[in-house]
Design a protein around this ligand. Structure first.
Ligand code: HEM
Ligand code: HEM
Length: 201
């Protein structure tokens, strides 16, 4: 079957820019998550050196926030944010999609691109990732961002919030991986190659 899929006409699903964005965001996310866990619990999550973990976290934040801002800008410029933001049609089709996901029906409702849950996740990530950036920046330069630090209720509260946001983000990334790995080989391949065979999952 996969041999036949190679012969089917292909359709561009992800531009090269979006694929680069995806792997920069995903790579820097895993780096930030693991180095963050080491900073928080050095005994439980081993890393060669604390200094190296902090340097990794510091470097990763620029790639992560840079990729995020680029994607927001690109989505607005090209108008493809419409493929991501859940609109009325997405909300109307969500119950039918939920029935498909819990195996009550074998027919998935059709969508122009992303399924409703992926759309909810991508949309939720914008404020969640920005809050990671804001709380993380207060941790790095508390003197310069003193008004923000006070607004959050002190540095310790900011640290706890940053930690909580990072755990929440990990839950949502796990959800994303579930949908990415169960959406069919052609869809999975498309985030590497950009293209997807027409009429295949
Ligand atoms: C987006 C930009 C980010 C910035 C500016 C940032 C910044 C920081 C800073 C300054 C620290 C304290 C480091 C130290 O004490 O040396 C920290 C700790 C941490 N970061 Fe980030 N970070 C960011 C993103 C993330 C992400 C995406 C995650 C995980 C998904 C994450 C997870 C953590 C964790 C778990 C800690 C340890 C918190 C603790 O002290 O218990 N960070 N971060
Ligand atoms: C090894 C881990 C990962 C795999 C295999 C993976 C796989 C995928 C796939 C297959 C798609 C396209 C879905 C489709 O066309 O229907 C996708 C899209 C996406 N993924 Fe991932 N992903 C991974 C990690 C991550 C992480 C960690 C993040 C965020 C921190 C992320 C953020 C996104 C975003 C934002 C999109 C939408 C692309 C766009 O239109 O901008 N991914 N991913």
């Amino acid at each position: 079957m996969w041999l036949l899929a190679g012969l089917l006409p292909k359709k561009l699903r992800h531009t090269r820019e979006v694929r680069i964005f995806h792997w920069v965001l995903a790579g820097s996310y895993f780096l930030l998550f693991y180095t963050g866990l080491h900073i928080s619990h050095p005994g439980r999550f081993p890393f060669p050196r604390m200094r190296l973990a902090r340097l990794g976290h510091f470097t990763g934040q620029f790639a992560f926030l840079g990729a995020l801002f680029w994607r927001i800008h690109n989505g607005i410029k090209t108008g493809n944010y419409r493929e991501i933001l859940p609109g009325g049609e997405t909300l109307a089709k969500t119950p039918a999609y939920l029935r498909y996901e819990v195996f009550l029906t074998s027919r998935a409702p059709g969508f122009p691109k992303y399924n409703p849950f992926q759309k909810f996740l991508y949309t939720l990530w914008v404020p969640l990732f920005l809050m990671l950036g804001v709380t993380g920046s207060v941790l790095y330069i508390p003197q310069k961002l003193a008004p923000l630090e006070r607004a959050f209720g002190g540095l310790n509260r900011v640290r706890r919030l940053h930690y909580l946001f990072s755990l929440a983000s990990f839950g949502t990334v796990a959800g994303h991986l579930y949908f990415a790995l169960t959406s069919g080989t052609e869809t999975l391949k498309s985030i590497f190659t950009g293209c997807k065979a027409r009429g295949k999952k």
